[in-house]
Design a protein around this ligand. Structure first.
Ligand code: UFG
Length: 332
C-alpha cells in the first residue's frame, strides 16, 4: 500500500517524503513543480508531475497504485500574495482539495493528513493558541485553509474520509544532514531572507513594522523545525491507521521570537552585521502567533527534537552556504 503525497516536491512536503521513506513506506509524489523542485524529490519516491486539479491525471495515479492514505501539501501559502490575489488561493487551495477529495471518494481512499496553518486563527484571543480557540483569519490564505478544513469535516460526515489537520506555525530550518533545504522563488520568508543578507546576496532586511504591541515592537512568531513538522505527519498517519478518527493539531514550539530576535540570532551565528531598515507593516500580519501543541504531544506522542532557534537557523545556514542558488535552475 502506498502513501500519496500531493505537493511532495515543496519545502515541507520533501522533508516529509524523506521521513516516510525512512519508515519504509511506498511513496508516490504528485507535484506541478510551480513552487516545488524536482531535485527535492528523493529517487526512491515515484514522482508524477501535474496538477491535482486535472481529474484524468489524478485518476490515473489512483488507478496505477494501491493508495492507502493521502498527505496533502499542494497549495499556495504566502500571506501577502493571498491579500493581492485571493482568487488564486480559492482556486488552488480550495478547488484543488475539492478535486482531490472527489477522486478519493471515487477510489474509496479514506485517510488524509492536511497541511493547515496558524493563519486560520487570525488575531489570537489567547496566547498560546489552542485548537479550540476562535478562527477568524485576517488574510485569504488563512481563510482558504479554514474553508478547506470545513470541507474535510463535511466529507468525513458524508463519506467517512478521516482527516488529521495539522496547523503549522512558522516552519524553519533544513534537514540536519544537509540532504534537503528551503528554496522559494521569490523568497518571502524571514529566515531565508536574512540568510541571503548574510551571504551578501541582498543588502539589508526590511522589518515589516516596529510599532506592534510586543516587547520590541516587531512581530512575534513560533518557529518550528521542518523535520519536526515532517515527523508529525508520520504520527498523524499512524493515528489514522490505528484509531481511524479525525482530529486537529497545532504544531509549534510554544515559544515566540520577535523579528529583531531572529535577526540577532542570525548575526550571532553568521558573524554578519545584517543591516536592517524599518518599513511599514505587511497587510494581514497578526502581531503574535504562539502555539500550544500540548494536544499533539499528548495524543500523537509528538516530540519536537530541534526546538531551539539556533538549531533551526544553523541548519538552514549550512544548506544555504552549500546551495546559494537553492536547488538551482536544474531543480525544476
Ligand atoms: N518579516 C519581516 N521582513 C521580511 C519578511 C518577514 O519583517 O522581509 C516578518 C513578517 O512581517 C512576520 C515575520 O517576519 O512578522 C515572519 O514572516 P514570514 O513571511 O517568514 O512568515 P509568516 O508569519 O508571514 O507566515 C508563515 C507561513 C504561513 C503561515 C504562517 C503561520 O509563510 O504560511 O507562517 O504562522 F501561515
Amino acid at each position: 500500500m502506498a502513501v500519496l503525497v500531493c505537493g511532495g516536491a515543496g519545502y515541507i512536503g520533501s522533508h516529509t517524503v524523506l521521513e516516510l521513506l525512512e519508515h519504509q513506506e511506498e511513496v508516490i509524489v504528485v507535484d506541478n513543480l510551480v513552487t516545488g523542485s524536482r531535485a527535492a524529490v528523493l529517487e526512491k519516491a515515484r514522482l508524477y508531475i501535474g496538477d491535482i486539479q486535472e481529474e484524468q491525471f489524478l485518476e490515473k495515479i489512483f488507478e496505477n497504485h494501491q493508495i492507502n492514505a493521502v498527505i496533502h501539501f499542494a497549495a499556495n501559502s504566502l500571506v501577502s500574495e493571498s491579500v493581492n490575489d485571493p482568487l488564486k488561493y480559492y482556486q488552488n487551495n480550495v478547488h484543488g482539495t475539492l478535486c482531490l477529495l472527489k477522486i478519493m471518494v471515487k477510489f474509496n481512499v479514506k485517510k488524509i493528513v492536511f497541511s493547515s496553518t496558524a493563519a486560520t486563527y487570525g488575531e489570537p484571543v489567547n496566547i498560546p493558541i489552542l485548537e479550540t480557540d476562535p478562527t477568524n483569519p485576517t488574510n485569504p490564505y488563512g481563510e482558504t485553509k479554514l474553508t478547506t478544513e470545513k470541507m474535510l469535516r463535511w466529507a468525513d460526515d458524508a463519506y467517512g474520509i478521516k482527516h488529521v489537520i495539522l496547523r503549522y506555525f512558522n516552519v524553519a530550518g533544513a534537514h540536519i544532514d544537509g540532504k534537503l533545504g528551503e528554496d522559494h522563488s521569490p523568497e518571502t520568508h524571514l529566515i531565508p531572507l536574512i540568510l541571503q543578507v548574510a551571504l551578501d546576496k541582498r543588502d539589508e532586511i526590511l522589518i515589516f513594522g516596529a510599532d506592534y504591541d510586543t516587547d520590541d515592537g516587531t512581530c512575534v512568531r513560533d518557529y518550528i523545525h521542518v523535520t519536526d513538522i515532517a515527523q508529525a505527519h508520520i504520527l498523524a498517519l499512524e493515528k489514522l491507521n490505528n484509531d481511524n478518527t479525525s482530529a486537529i493539531y497545532n504544531l509549534g514550539n510554544g515559544k515566540g521570537f520577535s523579528v529583531k530576535e531572529v535577526i540577532d540570532c542570525v548575526r550571532k551565528l553568521t558573524k554578519h552585521p545584517i543591516p536592517v531598515s524599518i518599513s511599514p507593516r505587511r497587510p494581514g500580519d497578526p502581531a503574535i502567533l504562539i502555539a500550544s501543541s500540548k494536544k499533539a504531544v499528548k495524543e500523537l506522542g509528538w516530540k519536537p527534537k530541534y526546538g531551539d532557534l539556533e538549531t533551526m537557523i544553523s541548519s538552514a545556514w549550512e544548506w544555504f552556504k552549500k546551495h546559494p542558488e537553492g536547488y538551482g535552475s536544474n531543480g525544476k
